[in-house]
Design a protein around this ligand. Structure first.
Ligand code: NAD
Length: 245
């Protein structure tokens, strides 16, 4: 479904991002895995030996326009194009408002929102010149109704939806589609860090009766990146077992 296309996936070293990277490679894409450290990028690449010719690693500071532009230029240099950007890097939070530090709140905004803006701008500049592209943002089911602690996390994901819908309208004239995927509870390190009783409580309320696998979620990114979604832009697709509906 993605033969000849090149994708950058932020937070592609593990969890949902790694599942997307693998699925994109299986579907013929060239993939640049963006991570926060060279060590984790190398670890991810080591798990994909059969795709060595079509996968590379980058680790720019996602909030630095200069570093991101240079990293995306290196992807273009290696693979000739940049067609798909997956803004997936993210951190969560469970702090109570009473204990929340401004430092933690700011860090959430940086990783979950500012990086989406910086990377989208750098990618859109390349995509416009190439005649189009697809940007896919990772939102969350809590972007629709919030959560009872860690208010910074849903706040940034609400903002990601806003960025998605606005950029979809702004960039449509350049044939750049912008969509988001809102995963439900998905079995990754982020969820492993939650207390088991919290995961059990959440799972009990999911109509499909289980938490999602990273692969369940990755399939939505495959669709949105492919030509099968050529008339889809500004959408936020829930992949959550109907947890929020
Ligand atoms: P994860 O912790 O396994 O992966 C997060 C990824 O983001 C890692 O690759 C990490 O290196 C990267 N990252 C974190 N901080 C970074 C930084 N400063 N710079 C660059 N990269 C950074 O978590 P995951 O569950 O795979 O989460 C991926 C995305 O899915 C996140 O945006 C998260 O908010 C979203 N999400 C996850 C769930 C879930 O239940 N797992 C649900 C809804 C949304």
């Amino acid at each position: 479904m993605l033969k000849g296309k090149t994708a950058v996936i932020t937070g592609g070293t593990r969890g949902i991002g790694f599942a997307i990277a693998k699925l994109y490679l299986q579907n013929g894409a060239n993939v640049a895995i963006a991570g926060s450290r060279q060590e984790t990028v190398d670890k991810a690449l080591a798990q994909l030996p059969e795709y060595a010719e079509r996968v590379m690693g980058i680790c720019p500071d996602l909030c630095s326009p200069e570093e991101v532009a240079a990293a995306f230029a290196s992807v273009r240099e290696r693979f000739g194009r940049l067609d798909i950007l997956v803004n997936n890097a993210g951190i969560s939070s469970r702090s109570s408002l009473y204990d929340y530090t401004l430092e933690e709140f700011t860090k959430l905004i940086d990783v979950n929102l500012k990086a989406v803006f910086v990377c989208s701008q750098a990618a859109a500049r390349i995509m416009k010149e190439q005649g189009g592209g697809s940007i896919i943002n990772t939102s969350s089911m809590v972007s629709l109704y919030g959560q009872p602690s860690g208010c910074g996390y849903p706040a940034t994901k609400f903002a990601v939806n806003g960025l998605t819908k606005s950029l979809a309208r702004e960039l449509a004239k350049d044939q750049i589609r912008v969509n988001a995927v809102a995963p439900g509870v998905t079995k990754t390190d982020m969820v492993a860090a939650l207390p088991p009783e919290m995961v059990a409580r959440i799972s009990a309320g999911i109509p499909l009766g289980r938490v999602g696998e990273p692969e369940d979620v990755a399939n939505a990114y495959l669709y949105l990146a492919s030509d099968a979604a050529s008339y889809v832009t500004g959408a936020v697709i829930n992949v959550d077992g109907a947890a929020m509906t």
